[in-house]
Design a protein around this ligand. Structure first.
Ligand code: DLL
Length: 433
């Protein structure tokens, strides 16, 4: 039987969800207008005042907020509460430009942890469970968010944070951990390490995993589920909105329910800003309607997803988003062709390779080059050059039919691609453009 953390909210009628959204949006717009001069200026420039926003039907009148706004307003420019009401910051792992710093009141943290608790409950978690949180703790939201959610559900929480793989495995086995929370790439690595230790899925007490913070394909899910003997659930979120738990997967595993009582989702055409209908891929835009300290109106996430309002067999009524196909800013344009790293991953995993690969893009004599390095599993490993060449050609053909592009593929020895304990680095773009 499906269990919910907050059943009256998670299974509310569409009318009820819309009523919450209407009321909270109007209040939120007034809150930022009154407290954030940066927002007020932006709205004035767009010719909108709080009186123009009477319901979610008026959402499109508000200007978008982008990462550039967050950088410009860094660090305190978008804060909507006096400092005395704020109790925490978290920050993105971004490597370029200024970090994004997000602020929380105690109430913001409470609602965020509720969202994570919904995700853990949807993955089957109860107060009987032992939940190992192997996301990084600290500025990154993964550890603190799932830690808080795990407490709320009443699980015995093991805050291992990321890294120290042997200790992770020791705790999972000794303390009988039943739920594992980490990035999918780290879950795959833990699975690989357990296999090397001679452990089969039956020796591992885990029953579910809650994996997110980076794109991962359906094929990678199947692999992880098999190696760890668990059901693997996706979880999505971003620092700007709170952290993990903006949306989460249920037992149906066909998309992630967005917590619509806190976040209004829209899909837009990334080039024109036009709002797109259900079922069409586009850029995900969020308005946070319950955040006190760091509210964002129409924030462009750059994640490319589609939405579905189809009824879900789990009984939850909140809209579902697909797995992000990628980010508009990690979409590579190679010789004019749009390439998402996830498409390359799908080809590789379908052909039985592990999710240990690296994509290197460069420009030689004014032409883009695409090199894909793929690790062999120990079982595939061979020094028979003919066999390696045949395997490489098979991948080149697979990539050609998926992308319409010719890539150079190199098979490399097992363990030669660096493993990640957090978000994996899959793409190295050496082009100076
Ligand atoms: O990654 C929050 C998080 C922590 C989510 C733990 C899930 C689990 P940021 O570091 O701010 O926050 O990165 C946010 O990561 O815009 C997406 O591009 C990507 N992302 C997050 N979850 C997923 C997912 C956290 N399930 C950015 N699938 C987002 C694909 C994801 N991409």
């Amino acid at each position: 039987m499906e269990r919910y953390y907050q059943p009256e909210i998670e299974t509310a009628s569409r009318e009820q969800i819309t009523a919450w959204q209407n009321e909270r949006l109007v209040k939120q717009v007034k809150h930022v207008w009154d407290n954030v001069p940066y927002y007020r200026k932006k709205m004035e420039a767009a010719g909108v005042t709080p009186e123009d926003i009477k319901s979610i039907e008026d959402l499109h009148k508000l200007p978008f907020v982008t990462k550039a706004d967050l950088r410009e307003a860094y660090p305190y420019g978008l804060l909507a509460e006096p400092l005395k009401n704020c109790v925490r910051i978290q920050s993105t792992s971004g490597t370029t430009g200024k970090r994004v710093v997000a602020f929380y009141t105690q109430h913001d943290i409470d609602l965020w942890e509720d969202c994570c608790a919904r995700a853990i409950t949807a993955a089957g978690g109860t107060d009987e469970d032992v939940c190992q949180v192997s996301y990084g703790y600290g500025l990154f939201t993964g550890g603190p968010g799932l830690n808080g959610g795990s407490h709320k559900v009443g699980c015995l929480t093991i805050p291992t944070s990321s890294g120290n793989t042997e200790r992770q495995i020791m705790f999972i086995r000794d303390l009988n951990a039943t739920i594992l929370c980490c990035t999918p790439s780290y879950a795959a690595y833990l699975g690989e390490s357990m296999k090397e230790m001679g452990l089969s899925p039956e020796d591992i007490p885990l029953k579910a995993g809650i994996f997110g913070a980076e794109a991962w394909s359906e094929e990678m899910r199947q692999d992880i589920q098999k190696t760890l003997g668990i059901k693997a659930y996706d979880i999505y979120g971003l620092t700007e909105l709170s952290g993990p738990g903006v949306s989460f997967e249920c037992s149906a595993q066909t998309g992630m329910h967005i917590n619509e009582d806190h976040f209004i989702a829209e899909i837009i055409d990334p080039d024109t800003g036009e709002v797109l209908p259900d079922g069409t891929y586009g850029e995900l835009v969020f308005t946070s309607i319950t955040k006190e300290a760091f509210p964002l109106l129409r924030y462009r996430t750059r994640d490319i997803v589609k939405l579905s309002h189809e009824p879900c067999p789990c009984g939850r009524t909140h809209v579902k988003m697909s797995k992000p196909r990628g980010r508009s800013d990690d979409m590579l344009i190679i010789r004019g062709v749009n390439v998402f790293p996830s498409q390359i991953e799908t080809v590789l995993l379908n052909k039985g390779y592990p999710a240990n690969y690296q994509i290197i893009v460069d420009r030689v004599n004014n032409t883009d080059t695409l090199d894909v390095q793929v690790e062999m599993t120990p079982e595939m490993f061979t020094d028979n050059m003919g066999e390696i060449a045949a395997r490489q050609k098979d991948i080149v053909d697979g990539l050609k039919s998926m992308l319409g592009l010719k890539a150079k593929v190199s098979l490399v020895a097992p363990k030669s691609i660096v493993r990640s304990e957090g978000k994996a680095v899959r793409v190295i773009d050496k082009r100076k453009i």
